[in-house]
Structure formats: C-alpha cells, structure tokens
Write a protein that binds this ligand. Structure first.
Ligand code: MN
Ligand code: MN
Length: 325
C-alpha cells in the first residue's frame, strides 16, 4: 500500500492513495460519447432525486453545516443575501468569466462578506488564469479571451502571473488536486473536466481525466470537482449528457465519498443519489447566467474523536499563507 501525503492549505492529510486498486478503474469503451455511454450504463445505475435540507433547519453542535454554491460568474451582488449561514462554504468553480484580476478581487471580497468559518474554493474552466498551462503556453488564446491588444496583454501579464492571481484569494482555501482535513472530514478538490469548448483545465476524455481522478485519495469524504460525473446533474438543455464516465467509475468503485459537489452544467442544478453518494450540482447561475439557483445545504456529522470547536482554530488567513509556502 502506498501512502501519499497530499499537500494542502496548511494541513496535510495522509490519504490512502488507493494505488493498489487505482488500476482497477478502466476507461469505458464509449467514453468519448457520453450520451451514448449513459444510455448503456444507466441500465445498471440508480439515480434518485434528493430533496435538499432546508436552510432553516437549526444548526446542530454535532454536525457541520455545509453550504454549496458554484458558477457564480461574477454575478454576486445579490448572492450574499441568499447564502444561508453554515460552518463550511464550498464553491465548485467558475467564479469568474475569464479569470481577470478584478473578477477575482470581486469574488474574494464577496467571500470576505460571508460568515462561514471555513470557505473552500476550486477553479473551473472559466477561471482561465488559474490554469498554469493556459498562462504559460497558450497566451494568444488567453489574450483573445481578455479582448486586449498584444501590448496591453504584455502589460497585463507583467503584474499578473498565475501565482499572483491565486494569491488574490485571501478569504478562502483554494484546492487544486489537493485536500484539506476539516474536523476529521477529508475534503478534496480538483478543477479538471472533459474538454468543453477549449477552455481552462480541459482534458481529453478517458485516460487523461482518469489520471487526475487517480490522484483522489480513497479516504475522501467530500469530493469537489468542477464538472459532473456521467448521469448526475450533467443533462444539458439539449438532452445530451456532458459528465465524465471515469469520474463516476472512480467515485463508485474506489473513492465512495459521502458527497460529490460540482457545477459547470448550469441547467443540471439539483441533488441526486446513487444510494451511497449524494451528488450536488450547485450551479448558482442558470443556463442564461442569472444567479437564480439557491445554495444547496447539507449537514455532515462530526466524526468520532473530533469536536466542532476545531473549526475555530482554522482561520482562512492562516490557511492561505501556508498554502503558498
Ligand atoms: Mn459555469
Ligand atoms: Mn464551467
């Protein structure tokens, strides 16, 4: 058994990497055709609709109240009013439109206005400047998305490397293929998704995506990715499926988290279950980019041997400073 210590924001959790059974997940034959793949796989799958917890439910001392949002795309003026109180806030990516510094700053200020003790954020395909490959090797593409001239772009980059952009997120823990231990609950975040109009954190379906999912420790309790797995919260407006087959396989056959939180397919908003894992598409914005979907709330029992008081010791500043050492 290989034990990998995952670098996290100030914490380390020693995840069983699952190396011994990682190889058991195989790329599905029709993985490049997710709609067809789902029509084949769904015969043996359970997808139950779940009514999420009411945000008015009193917060209990022995449960962590988790509040999930995603895909806010800078439309956050109205959102603080609708974000319920809780212990942990999770944002599953696409907090900007193209990853400009002013968009990131606006999002960070929004996070600062919320009272949750721990805020956890991952990037999505729209958060272009968080993708190292994009900034280092695909500058022309980035420049076109920013809508600036060559000269303007050079100036922009001078004060604007990737590391700098990530450091603008001072009011949260930013996870990129990394995990954090919160009161004994293992939370892991990954921004990757199958190719979608050639944006950030895109990978070809199949092997390349599976390589990223193989990094998820088997001890993960709450998994955050930007994109959905196949069959849960991934139905597009045109009835096609957009989810990743290998992500569902990894979740069901190896990691078996209690919760999987994602966004990306705005119209797939909602909560489902396969009988073990609860799948939450927390997209705040609708298909038309209006921030109309309510945050999704759930309670996670504090594991034995842990106290909710431990949350008080986790300050976002402390976490974020450690994250860049
Ligand atoms: Mn989005
Ligand atoms: Mn997206």
């Amino acid at each position: 058994m290989t034990n990998i210590v995952h670098r996290v924001a100030g914490w380390f959790f020693s995840g069983n990497s699952g190396m011994e059974d990682v190889g058991s997940i195989k790329v599905y034959k029709n993985t490049n055709h997710p709609t067809k793949a789902w029509s084949e796989i769904s015969v043996k799958q359970t997808v139950n609709k779940v009514v999420p917890l009411s945000p008015d439910t009193p917060i209990s001392v022995d449960k962590l109240r988790v509040v999930c949002i995603s895909d806010t795309h800078t439309k956050i003026e109205a959102v603080p009013k609708i974000v319920p109180d809780g212990d942990i806030l999770i944002h599953a990516g696409d907090f900007t439109n193209v990853g400009l510094a002013n968009e990131v700053k606006k999002f960070n200020a929004f996070l600062g206005s919320l009272s949750h003790q721990v805020k956890i954020v991952i990037a999505g395909n729209h958060d272009l400047t968080f993708d190292d490959e994009m900034v280092n090797n695909r500058r022309d593409y980035l420049r076109r998305n920013f809508g600036v001239s060559e000269k303007g772009f050079e100036q922009l980059l001078e004060t604007y490397n990737v590391q700098h952009v990530k450091e603008l997120l001072t009011n949260c823990v930013y996870l990129e293929d990394a995990g954090i231990d919160v009161c004994g609950v293992h939370i892991y975040g990954s921004p990757w998704q199958p190719e979608f109009c050639d944006w950030g954190f895109n990978l070809p379906r199949g092997e390349k995506c599976l390589e990223k999912w193989n990094l998820i420790p088997s001890s993960t309790d709450i998994l955050i990715t930007h994109g959905p797995p196949i069959g849960h919260g991934d139905a597009c407006f045109d009835k096609n499926r957009a989810g990743c087959v290998e992500l569902l396989s990894t979740i069901q056959q190896r990691v078996k988290p209690k919760y999987h939180i994602f966004g990306h397919i705005h119209e797939g908003y909602g909560v489902t279950s396969d009988g073990h894992t609860t799948y939450i598409n927390a997209s705040t914005c609708t298909l038309r980019y209006r921030p109309d979907h309510a945050p999704v709330v759930f309670d996670y029992p504090v594991p034995e041997g842990h106290m909710k008081d431990e949350l008080l010791k986790i300050s976002p500043q402390r976490l974020i400073r450690s994250a860049f050492h």
